[in-house]
Write a protein that binds this ligand. Sequence first.
Ligand code: NAD
Length: 489
Amino acid sequence: MKQLYIAGTWVPAAGEGTSQTINPFDASPLADLAEAARADVDAAVAAAREAFDAGPWRRSAVTERAALLMRVADLLQRDREQLAHTESLDTGKTLNEARADVDDSTAVFRYYAGIACAHAGRVVDPGRPGVTSRVVHEPVGVCALITPWNYPLLQISWKLAPALAAGNTAVIKPSELTPLSTVALVCLAEEAGAPPGVVNLLLGKGGTVGQALVAHPGVDLISFTGELVTGETIMAAAARGVRRVALELGGKNPNIVFADTDFDTVVDNALTAAFLHSGQVCSAGARLIVQDSLHDSLVAELAARADRIRLGSGLDPDTECGPLISAAHRDKVERYISSALAEGASLAAGGSRPSEPALARGFFLRPTLFAGCRRDMAVVREEVFGPVLTVERFGTEDEAIALGNDTGYGLAGAVWTSDAGRAERVADALRHGTVWINDYHPYLPQAEWGGFGKSGIGRELGPSGLEEYQEKKHIYHNANPAPSGWFSG
Ligand code: NAD
């Protein structure tokens, strides 16, 4: 039984509630989990509050906090294979993708250990003799860290590393669908020496445990990654008490291809952009926007290649795509496939469940390609979050930019062309938080990640990812106080 971690102790849920996580490959049970009750939420927030208000953590030397982060990073690498195995079983992603997630999480802990010392604040020139003036950075307080199911270890690392580096305390709530790697990470934080109450873990559903956590008046900051509608609910909850909120939400990301790009390279990368982790990636290149003269040959080749993508268990080295996360999520993706057909899109590949008996118990869907798509179709406008790639076509550069920006979201996008000037012009014009030129998906711990528009508020990674967790205080010190002379009587 996976337990809750509150005030430095692993404990069962107060109401003795339990739930189960399953393997999406075959729906077999993976682990029993304690399901937090209201009293556990109160206890976890109280522990984080106590550790923040009374404990030495927030006043500890930043070098000490950085050292803790480095120890967590080392432990992540020590347990790399085991963590990757757990993540693959829980999410369905391939072992190689899960290994990359462990490595990327390690890099994030190392990055924030490295920059924490350099972000203590700054001295400013007050323009007056005898006065010193400085802006110091302080932790915000108790941070609720709420994460989605698609990149569980990575997403909590993006939040926990900077939150701790800045001196905050945390209450973590992973997705009820994939909590196992987060439980493992909390074990590593404990082993690395996180003081009691600094890191707390709640398990359970969003509508109950998550909602109680974000409504709790003891929480100072909510950092959330997940769906747009959940983000809206959380932002409304954060308004009560004017708590700080950071939101990393969905995306509907354009992948723009000009005819002058290398054909084989773009075919390969368009598949990766759309179908990595079965398309369950916030930044997935789900909208392929192709110049007219390349359109037909690209669609034909993509369809042929999509049909050859090997589905299976994430643990099987031959597997290229795993299952979707749940039956309910596959139903949702299938509804988008039906709506695309009803709205007149032309099915070029996939569109159905695989027929292999070995995959029958998992939540599989074949990589699906729709040509003839228009921007008014639901499958083009809304985040499908599955293995569904739509293709739209354009003639001119201006049309490509207009299509790429025609989304309420603004998380990421890419442009493919051998014309460097055009690449820069298009990148400049796209209203998205990340733009790749002649590449798709790489991100760096040292570069900000986040969205324009409905893709969120705030930034993770980079220096801004640390600043989310810092208050800024101006200290103005007059060494020679004297009457101000404003009032004479
Ligand atoms: P979700 O919104 O359903 O759930 C995310 C988390 O919020 C889970 O832990 C869930 O239990 C919790 N939750 C749900 N309702 C809640 C409530 N009312 N109050 C508090 N917590 C609540 O999202 P999901 O289905 O787990 O994840 C998929 C979504 O995440 C996609 O939209 C994807 O684009 C997005 N995502 C974004 C990024 C990014 O960097 N922008 C990264 C990964 C995933």
